[in-house]
Design a protein around this ligand. Structure first.
Ligand code: FMN
Ligand code: SF4
Length: 672
């Protein structure tokens, strides 16, 4: 299909040193939880991105030596020849579709705990590891530095043998080379102190990498253009001077910022293109091509940044995860088919915990090899079964879309007068979650293209109606309801006295019910819900106390890199919090709180409580019918979870219709 003329510039080839990218779509390095432990899983996923039109596809951070080990996160590695083979697999998959393959050589320095290898971590100076392990690095001697330079060179040569086109020198994200560059590096030798000294190792590495592989491979640098850990006025400090000093050495600049919660900003806090003010100067100081990121989902933003000379390449991690076929869809003008990243950051927690990556929008992410799932294709139907899907939330919608794509006759019955279920409600009523509506919107756009899927709104169905419908299979995707009684992690049983208090749930808040203040929010869920409800009620003028058994507000959100921003926002709004506490009992106008450590109690006065503890599956119909018809619970109605879990469950239901349900394939360590 011919390219939409307006976007042609995005599909121009661009030279990067000795190699040429077929277009400007550049999947920047991102971890997947696969790495050296699951090479086939990772290689298939990257290959599919190349198939989807990404002109450059990079690995995740790739360890150059056992002294740089990020266990339990599974990094790529280039320690030996065995590693060359598994990386070559990824390269082959990427090359098959005409894209360039890049590798991000990585040494984590003092940030690593080296839990797997038990090597002593190495640092510009001796300091504690970033992760919460009782580990401290060794200050690198001149001999260590010489060794490190040799490891890096050897890894670059291995990368070249694996067939990579672009080889990174990784100067960002507080890893070893950023450590050397830091103002805190006060070493007394020629690698510390003055700016030139602190930059020395980066320069040496760049020159040595170019000398080793630069004849056929491009050498890229990942670099932070701005420091500081707050939004607002960018802090360029020495970042600009350092970049100017190295400006013409690499073949490409891949630009990020120091504040990871901005670079990887969740949509609740950070909008598309947010790095522009921090990096728009880079192209003025180098003639080399520049790539940067910004959760680019809008083709217009991509176009503008390229046309205005801010970027040469549109860099993407999350947009390429949510839609591996994003470039192809732009080229073909299929804008309504773009599965927009919603900025929920649910891809990040698993990648960094060593579990395969997953994505709220793209259920196939991480499943390409092990389940043979493709983000755009699915097997045609294998029977003439008629399917009734009850419930049009994320699970029901996803099941209907993919069953419809397979060609099954599907009826989707939704009790409310709109589709989207929890996604529609959360995005419309809770602060900052507006972009999450794209989970619904993409699926609605797809349903419009599927004539065999019939949608019935305002259709509450009971058991008799389901039986009467005579579907061959019924998928019950009726979601879950927040519990009022406080049962959850900390309480196996209802909280004593809960019936005497004015208790509300997030469902009430989403239905527009405003509790009376002062209100106590009891967050035993630990993800986003407690925090967003607190924000909403406080913004409505209520006095809010957030109580949680955890040591921090929304503690699980540390994995999605949002926790600190959530807590900061609540502090700024004037939400009080009481961490490490449970509700021991409730009464009219009072709550008895207990410290989780000492069990000491104290009473607080409040007018109402919002329970954010756990959810009850809406599965009554299933229990009524499961012995009589072919009915299955799907998503929250089976096991309440995240939106991503519900989408995955709906997708799986559709894929497994009339298919053998074998255990998925596993990457296995070689036993020789
Ligand atoms: C799941 C995930 C893993 C990441 N892993 C890496 C990594 O291994 N190396 C790296 O330099 N950046 C990593 N990043 C950061 C991305 O390269 C990118 O800079 C950031 O996600 C912002 O780009 P985006 O808005 O297109 O997602 C990761 C991001 C994500 C979402
Ligand atoms: S999990 Fe969320 S943030 Fe990550 S790629 Fe998917 S939609 Fe985007």
């Amino acid at each position: 299909m011919a390219c939409d003329k307006r976007f042609e510039i995005l599909f121009e080839p661009v030279s990067i040193g000795p190699v040429t990218a077929p277009n400007r779509f550049y999947q920047v390095p991102h971890a997947t939880g696969t790495g050296f432990r699951k090479p086939q899983t990772g290689a298939s996923m990257r290959g599919i991105k190349a198939e989807g039109g990404w002109g450059v596809v990079c690995t995740e951070y790739c360890s150059i030596h056992p002294s740089s080990d990020d266990e339990p996160s599974s990094t790529a590695s280039l320690w030996d020849d065995e590693d060359v083979r598994s990386n070559a697999l990824m390269v082959e998959n990427v090359h098959r579709h005409g894209a360039l393959a890049g590798v991000e050589l990585w040494h984590g320095g003092s940030s690593c705990s080296n839990l797997y290898t038990r090597e002593e971590p190495l640092g510009a100076w001796s300091r504690p590891a970033m992760l919460p392990n009782p580990v401290q690095s060794r200050s690198m001697s001149k001999r260590d530095i010489r060794e490190f330079r040799r490891w890096h060179r050897d890894a670059a040569l291995r990368a070249k043998r694996a067939g990579f086109d672009i080889i990174y020198v990784y100067l960002a994200h507080e890893y070893l080379l950023a450590e050397f560059q830091s103002l805190a590096n006060q070493r007394s030798d020629e690698y510390g102190g003055s700016l030139e000294n602190r930059l020395r190792l980066s320069r040496e590495l760049l020159e040595e990498t170019k000398e080793a592989v630069g004849d056929t491979c491009a050498v890229a640098v990942r670099y932070s253009a701005a420091g500081g850990f707050t939004d607002g006025e960018p802090l360029f400090e020495e970042h600009r001077t350092m970049l100017e000093l190295l400006a013409e050495i690499p073949d490409l600049w891949d630009i990020v910022v120091d504040d990871y919660s901005l670079e990887l900003g969740a949509s609740r806090f950070v909008k598309e293109g947010a790095l522009e003010d921090y990096m728009s100067w880079v192209k003025q100081v180098t003639t080399k091509p520049v790539v940067s990121v910004g959760r680019f989902t809008s083709p217009e933003t991509m176009l503008r940044q390229v046309q205005q000379g801010i970027l040469d390449f549109v860099g993407a991690a999350r947009p390429s995860i949510a839609d591996p076929f994003l470039p192809t869809k732009i080229r073909e003008g299929r804008f309504e088919d773009i599965r927009e990243c919603i900025g929920c950051n649910f891809c990040y927690p698993f990648a960094v915990q060593g579990a395969p990556i997953r994505c709220t929008q793209n259920a196939t992410m991480g499943e390409e090899w092990r389940r043979n799932w493709h983000p755009e294709r699915i097997a045609p139907k294998a029977s003439e079964r008629k399917v009734l899907v009850v419930g049009g939330g994320p699970a029901g919608l996803e099941a209907a879309v993919w069953l419809g794509r397979r060609g099954y006759a599907v009826t989707l019955a939704e009790a409310r007068n709109e589709l989207g279920g929890r996604v529609a409600r959360e995005s419309a009523t809770l602060p900052g979650l507006g972009e999450w509506a794209h989970v619904r919107d993409w699926r609605l756009a797809q349903l419009k293209q599927l004539p065999d899927v019939q949608v019935l709104l305002d259709s509450t169905v009971d058991a008799a109606q389901i039986l009467e419908f005579e579907a061959d299979r019924v998928a019950l995707a009726t979601g879950a309801t927040w519990r009022q009684d406080g049962r959850g992690r900390a309480h196996d049983k209802p909280i004593p006295g809960w019936q005497d208090a004015h208790v509300f749930t997030p469902d009430d808040v989403m239905d527009g019910v405003l509790p009376q203040g002062p209100v106590l929010i009891y967050d035993d869920d630990h993800y986003y819900m407690g925090g967003v409800v607190a924000e909403k009620l406080r913004s409505a003028g209520l006095e809010v106390l957030l109580v949680t058994p955890s040591g921090r507000v929304s503690s699980w959100a540390k994995w999605s890199d949002e926790q600190s921003r959530i807590q900061a926002r609540l502090i700024e709004l004037g939400v009080r919090s009481e961490t490490d506490s449970i509700i021991a009992s409730l009464g009219a106008g009072r709550a008895e709180l207990a410290c989780v450590h000492t069990r000491r109690t104290r009473d607080v006065e409040m007018a109402s409580v919002v329970m954010v503890t756990s959810r009850e599956p809406n599965d009554a119909l299933y229990h009524e019918l499961c012995e009589r018809i072919d009915i299955e619970r799907v998503g929250d109605c089976s096991a309440p979870g995240t939106i991503a879990t519900a989408v995955f469950a709906g997708h799986r239901y559709a894929r497994e219709m009339d298919a053998d349900q074998d255990l998925f394939r596993r990457d296995r360590p070689r036993v020789s």
